[in-house]
Design a protein around this ligand. Structure first.
Ligand SMILES: [Zn+2]
Length: 503
């Protein structure tokens, strides 16, 4: 409206360029940019002679209205991740198509999807879902999280790339390349739908502004910084307060003046309350995930080696726990500590030796996205919110190589004469995977990893943890996991390096 466009179905509905309506879904083409002068000049012609100005305005998709002086709305119009991605392409287009397809399939498929979503492990800041096939439950704020769960491939790649908090030429190049792939995939999808038997149910008309607007995101990032600078997400919660004030505290006339004069206090208080509610929500989520803010480690219990082995008697990972720990401390710890193994005095641990178990650990690391400190909470807890919860991690397996593992137990060990060290027993997920998987995984861009035999569990010092990892158990193979790379920018970039290193 501010750009004086004739609406989303107008001839040229993009506020930034002159892309014609019928070409909006063609992401391979770039169209002439709109300029302030175009709007001004066309309006001058219109004022001089209506019949001369109208075709010019029409061709530009503009209304015959005078532009606000000294404004450049074409340059101000920016990419909005909330309404263009999570709440746009994903929430109202891709997800809707997925739901239609699922509803046309035998109901066992929808039930299977629901059951798999239900088994999705919990992760900090990632909302949980039940019943995605019922739109009422897919509320606005959860759209972004839901997109993380169902692999919508190109969309997910673009989403993760676009919302990065720091960009380089490489990541901007990746957005442009991915956008072309998305455009091509969309063309293929439309052909499939046209030739398929769901033609009357699925969408074949994808020429609408939201599908085109991310053409301009790279330019926005170059000129205005990363997309969080112009996201509308921070103000989204204030819409309710403003609407309530308009509805309940004004007569609908001269609203701005009335709100300023009469209801200033009321509005301010409502806005402050909303902000406090949002902060409280955030703080509750933080405390349930991490407990004590000042400590990196949450202590659970002091147990002897015998008690730990007794508690986990049926689990092969804990087989010969005491002996393995003794070997680790005598053979591996000197290497980790860079000490001469010949000067290392061997220690042995009786079964009554006590270890202090940790249920939660905060892993601080330098994010690959913006080089700032980031934190993951990893849990090793038999009753986390009433359920066993053992997180996966990435750890440094050698000087220049990282690997995935599942945590079994974390504990503090006070080695007599040496000092206190934190260790973890892990099950490495480093087993080789048959090459038969490759074409399927490659097409779906999945990273699949496989657990080593349970008896291959090993000890590592806590300081070799790189970060937490979210893995989804392959429903058909109990020893294989899919890496969920779209949880944050650091993980996304980790996995990009991972796939490069593995060719
Ligand atoms: Zn455009």
């Amino acid at each position: 409206m501010i750009c004086l466009l004739r609406g989303t179905k107008g001839k040229c509905p993009c506020p930034v360029c002159l892309a014609p309506l019928k070409k909006l879904s063609d992401l391979s083409k770039t169209f002439e940019a709109r300029t302030t002068a175009q709007v001004k000049d066309a309006y001058v012609v219109y004022l001089r002679k209506k019949s001369d100005g109208e075709p010019i305005l029409n061709a530009l998709g503009l209304r015959p209205v005078e532009k606000i002086p000294h404004s450049e709305p074409e340059a101000a119009a920016s990419f909005n991740p909330l309404h263009y991605l999570h709440h746009g392409i994903w929430g109202y287009h891709l997800l809707e198509e997925i739901k239609i397809i699922l509803n046309k399939l035998p109901c066992m498929y929808a039930a299977e999807l629901e059951s798999q979503l239900d088994k999705f492990p919990s992760w900090r800041n990632l909302a949980r879902f039940n019943g995605i096939l019922h739109p009422s439950q897919a509320v606005d704020e959860l759209m972004g999280s839901l997109a993380n769960i169902i692999c919508s491939l190109n969309y997910l790649e673009l989403d993760s790339l676009i919302v990065l908090d720091a960009h380089t030429e490489r990541t901007l190049g990746m957005i442009e390349a991915e956008l072309l792939t998305f455009g091509n995939e969309l063309k293929e999808y439309i052909v499939h739908v046209r030739d398929g038997n769901l033609l009357e149910h699925l969408k074949t008309e994808w020429n609408f502004p939201k599908i085109h607007l991310w053409k301009h995101v790279v330019q926005d990032i170059r000129t205005k910084g990363v997309v969080r600078n112009y996201s509308t997400r921070p103000n989204e919660k204030m819409h309710g307060a403003l609407k309530d004030t308009y509805q309940d505290h004004s007569n609908g006339k001269d609203v701005a003046v009335q709100i300023l004069r009469i209801d200033n206090h009321c509005l301010a208080m409502k806005l402050i309350k909303d902000r406090i509610d949002a902060e409280t929500e955030h703080a509750t989520a933080e405390s349930s995930a991490g407990n004590d803010e000042d400590s990196n480690i949450d202590d659970k219990a002091i147990d002897t080696i015998r008690e730990i082995m007794g508690d986990h008697a049926t689990r092969l990972e804990f087989h010969s726990f005491g002996g393995k720990l003794t070997n680790f401390i005598n053979q591996c710890l000197p290497v980790y500590l860079d000490r001469d193994p010949y000067l290392w005095v061997n220690v042995s641990f009786p079964e009554i030796f006590q270890l202090k178990e940790h249920a939660c650990l905060k892993v601080h690391y330098k994010s690959k996205m913006d080089w700032r400190e980031a934190t993951d909470y990893v849990h090793c807890n038999p009753a986390f919110h009433g359920k066993p919860h053992y997180d996966a991690i990435i750890f440094q397996i050698s000087l220049d190589e990282v690997a995935f593992a599942r945590l079994e137990i974390m504990f503090l060990c006070d080695i007599p004469g040496f000092g206190k060290y934190d260790f973890a027993l892990i099950c490495p997920l480093t087993a080789a995977i048959s090459t038969n998987w490759n074409s399927f995984d490659e097409a779906l861009r999945l990273t699949r990893i496989k657990a080593c035999p349970h008896t291959a569990s090993m000890f590592i010092p806590i300081w070799s943890l790189v970060r937490g990892a979210l893995l989804y158990l392959d429903p058909k193979h109990k020893d294989k996991f899919l890496v969920v790379e779209h949880i944050d920018g650091d993980m996304f970039l980790h996995m990009k390096e991972w796939s490069v290193n593995r060719g």
